[in-house]
Design a binder for this molecule. Structure first.
Ligand code: HSE
Length: 404
């Protein structure tokens, strides 16, 4: 019998309980023994809910129960999630979490703790919700050197950008619609400022290279500066604006970034719209592989958590190996990264053309009929050179990198 305990009976935690109940026979058959949820920990009471009888408010009951082999952490936040997870691992209990903040902050340490106690620390649901990406990176893509990862890693921002593109709406009104529909959080800062995607690309990049990429080292730009005018220009160029979390290996050095990009229809991520997420991985042998699905949502995310529970159950008494050491992964300085930039400056073409040529060199103008601004695409240049040219111009309204 595998006894599971769930810490946090919110959206994902209740989904885990539902899946273990609804698919009990199938799951038990596939892991070769019966499975049940023994406890649910939450501060709240749930009168009349099926978990009423197994609800506990004291974490120590779970920690000290030797029958509990697998703990699911779906509380979110760093504390006390970290302390609870660490304590469970130290008791030799495997932990499966959907908590990307916990994984991005403490991943290598918790992996090591799990190993020292013949347990597993698994986090398939922490990136891309229900999309299988952590395990494929660790197993199916193992023979490959990973050259590049580009991901639409946040459903809220993809929904906002899709609505702006399809309906011509402005950022603020789409965001408030998204909040009313329950897609966006009441406080959407982590999503719209790119912090959520930043933690996710930090996790994926750490797994791809086996070393720890500190998410705080990743240049992160959100979508709050994207306006309906940017979307109109993108349309004229036959492109879409998306926000990518991306990382790339060139000559043994890794670069990473979270930022809005313009992408063209030949990019497989072009047609990933709405709340969907997708991750495109380029291996040096396998070529391009894309993972697509629901990046959030109760049952999708819970399904990924339960897949980890099953993996932990099948490996009871040993550790599911995760290649992610505490050794820091250093990034190429951001100013050295090269990109093409779509740039809008205030003032007319006549006001700007000569100065643009002087500071940016040869550019391709993009005209959609606005007389109060001038827009153009640069050649490939470093971030440092872009910044110098933009500072010299002094009238940049916005810039968006072009994904090529
Ligand atoms: N707020 C996240 C999103 C949820 O919008 O994608 C999943 O991490």
């Amino acid at each position: 019998m595998i006894n599971v305990s769930v810490l946090g009976y919110g959206t994902v935690g209740s989904g885990v309980v539902d899946i273990i109940r609804e698919n009990n026979e199938l799951i038990s058959g596939r892991i070769g023994q019966e499975i049940r949820t023994k406890y649910v920990l939450d501060l709240r009471d749930f009168p009349g809910d099926p978990v009423e009888d197994i609800l506990v408010h004291d974490f120590d009951i779970i920690k000290n129960d030797p029958e509990v082999q697998v703990v699911v952490e779906t509380m979110g936040g760093l504390h006390p999630a970290y302390e609870f997870v660490k304590a469970c691992l130290e008791q030799g209990k495997s932990v499966c979490t959907s908590n990307k903040a916990l994984v991005a902050d403490f991943g290598p340490e918790l992996i090591q703790t799990a190993k020292e106690h013949n347990a597993s620390f698994l986090f398939e649901a922490s990136v891309g919700g229900g999309i299988p990406i952590i395990r494929p990176l660790q197993s199916s893509l193992n023979p490959d050197e990973i050259l590049e990862i580009s991901g639409i890693l946040n459903g809220t921002t993809n929904y906002i950008l899709t609505e702006m593109t399809d309906k011509g709406s402005d950022f603020d009104s789409v965001l408030s619609d998204a909040q009313n529909l329950g897609y966006a959080e009441a406080d959407p800062t982590a999503d719209v400022e790119g912090h959520d995607a930043c933690r996710k690309i930090a996790i994926l990049t750490s797994l791809a290279y086996g070393k720890n990429l500190d998410f705080k080292d990743i240049y992160t730009e959100g979508i709050t500066n994207i306006t309906d005018r940017d979307i109109i220009y993108a349309g004229k160029l036959g492109a879409k604006v998306k926000i990518f979390g991306s990382s790339k290996e060139t000559g043994g050095r890794v670069s990473a970034m979270v930022a809005p990009v313009m992408i063209y229809p030949d990019n497989p991520l072009y047609s990933v719209d709405g709340v969907f997420n997708a991750i495109l991985v380029k291996g040096n042998m396998v070529g391009d592989v894309m993972f697509y699905g629901q990046g959030a949502g109760k049952l999708a995310t819970a399904s990924a958590v339960v897949s980890d529970v099953m993996e932990a159950a099948k490996n009871q008494g040993s550790t599911v190996e995760i290649q992610w050491s505490e050794e820091p992964l250093s990034l190429v300085p951001f100013s050295e990264n090269k990109n093409m930039f779509f740039v809008r400056v205030s003032g007319s073409k006549a006001d700007n053309e000569a100065k643009v040529k002087e500071f940016f060199g040869a550019v391709d103008a993009v005209d959609v009929g606005f007389n109060d601004e001038y827009a153009f695409i640069t050649e490939k240049m470093t971030e440092g050179d872009y910044q110098k040219a933009a500072d010299s111009m002094g009238n940049v309204i916005n810039k968006i990198r072009i994904s090529i």
